[in-house]
Write a protein that binds this ligand. Structure first.
Ligand SMILES: *Cc1c(COP(=O)(O)O)cnc(C)c1O
Length: 384
């Protein structure tokens, strides 16, 4: 009985164009992917600076493995916190210009740890409607009263904050929206947080390493003033090219998270060899102006190339360039047609995006060449 229910639910996913299929890569992460013996140009990864398979990161990981072995053996607070982690945390704090940083195993777990550690029953969370799934889940876990404001709408947020009787308030937003590529109005969010005495938790999964001077992230991009109420989460599996995440901010807040964030306490510390790779990655990010410049040129090339076509791009200034299709089956059909041409672009469907807004999510990276992107632009023009 219960199996039959699952099977009919799976059948329904297939029928609605919502069934996901994994493809197995036979080559490292990069602009060219080997899949089932075929060579494809991939526009799927979040490896925005092309560091995932960079020789300097590989060398640092190998050296790290020789020094530290592979596993950490325990959680950070027991015996899993190595000098490699401590060094990386110090580098991350200095890089972001925040008082202290704390490593987490993944961005998903960082978000799940932060929100319930800062607010609980009787408190209120104010969340952008297009926030990442991990932030949505984090609010559920916190059991706080949750209010979602229309995407990027500061006036609506202000009304909700003004009407809230909650003692503790927390504003929660992606900095770069993961499926739209646009930026949250961070200066406005911080001003509201100050005015209404609220926490401001910012998820910079797609801005860290890419935006701001030397890739220092979305806070630096907006020249945001220092604020103790700001809690910054950056992930290390996207532009940084490895795995993991960190939370940075005021030293008291970070110490509280180290004591109370359950996804920090009750999980094995990340591998020290990854921390070594990430230290090398931070150096490349800092010196990565040429990579970021090339990425910006590719973004302009794609937007110019599709400007006069029927394809509707969202107003995204970042590496995430969604082409809105609408219908699930149609999005799958176009992704399939590109795939036949050797171009791998993911079709993103609900529940990842709102119903009726299925899209191709083109991810550009500094590792793509102009010629590779030209193939995608030409194919899309042809399909239009
Ligand atoms: C990818 C992503 C996460 C999750 O980070 P992981 O390190 O992959 O778990 C969190 N928030 C946003 C906005 C993301 O895009």
């Amino acid at each position: 009985m219960i199996w039959d229910e699952l099977q009919s639910a799976l059948d329904a996913l297939q029928r609605d164009g919502l069934k996901r299929n994994r493809r197995t890569l036979e080559s490292p992460c990069g602009p060219v992917a080997q899949v089932a013996g075929r060579t494809l140009i991939s526009f799927c990864s979040n490896d925005y600076l092309g560091l995932a398979n960079d020789p300097a990161l590989v060398a640092a990981a190998c050296a790290g493995a020789r020094t530290w072995g592979v596993g950490s053996g325990a959680s950070h607070l027991v015996s899993g916190h190595f000098a490699a982690h401590a060094t990386l945390e110090e580098k991350l704090a200095a890089f972001t210009g925040l008082a202290r940083a704390l490593l987490f195993s993944t961005g998903y777990m960082a978000n799940l740890g932060i929100v319930p550690a800062l607010v609980g029953r009787g408190d209120a969370v104010f969340a952008d409607r297009l926030n990442h799934a991990s932030l949505i889940d984090a609010v559920q876990l916190a059991r706080a009263d949750s209010q979602r404001y229309p995407h990027g709408d500061l006036a609506a947020l202000e009304k909700l904050l003004a009407a809230s009787p909650a003692r503790r308030k927390l504003i929660l937003s992606d900095a770069v929206f993961s499926m739209d590529g646009d930026l949250a109005p961070l200066p406005g969010l911080l001003a509201l947080a100050e005015r209404f005495d609220a926490w401001l938790v910012i998820d910079d999964a797609h801005g860290f390493g890419v935006l701001g001077p030397q890739g220092r992230g979305s806070l630096a991009h907006f020249h945001l003033p220092h604020s103790r109420r700001l809690v910054y989460m950056g992930t290390l599996g996207k532009a940084a090219g490895a795995a993991g995440a960190f939370v940075a901010g005021d030293a008291t807040v970070i110490e509280w998270l180290a004591q109370r964030a359950r996804t920090y306490l009750f999980t094995t510390a990340g591998s020290p060899l990854i921390a070594c790779a990430l230290a090398a990655s931070l150096d490349l990010i800092t010196q990565g102006d040429a990579r970021r410049q090339h990425l910006m040129q590719l973004i302009a090339q794609l937007r110019d190339g599709l400007a006069a076509t029927r394809w509707r791009l969202l107003p995204s200034p970042t590496a995430i360039q969604p082409v809105i299709i609408g219908d699930n089956h149609e999005a799958l059909r176009i992704a399939g047609a590109l795939y036949e041409r050797g171009l791998w672009v993911p079709a993103i469907r609900p529940p990842t995006v709102p119903k009726g807004t299925a899209r191709l999510r083109v991810s550009l990276t500094a590792a793509h060449s102009e010629a590779q992107l030209a193939l995608l632009v030409d194919a899309l023009r042809e399909l239009a």
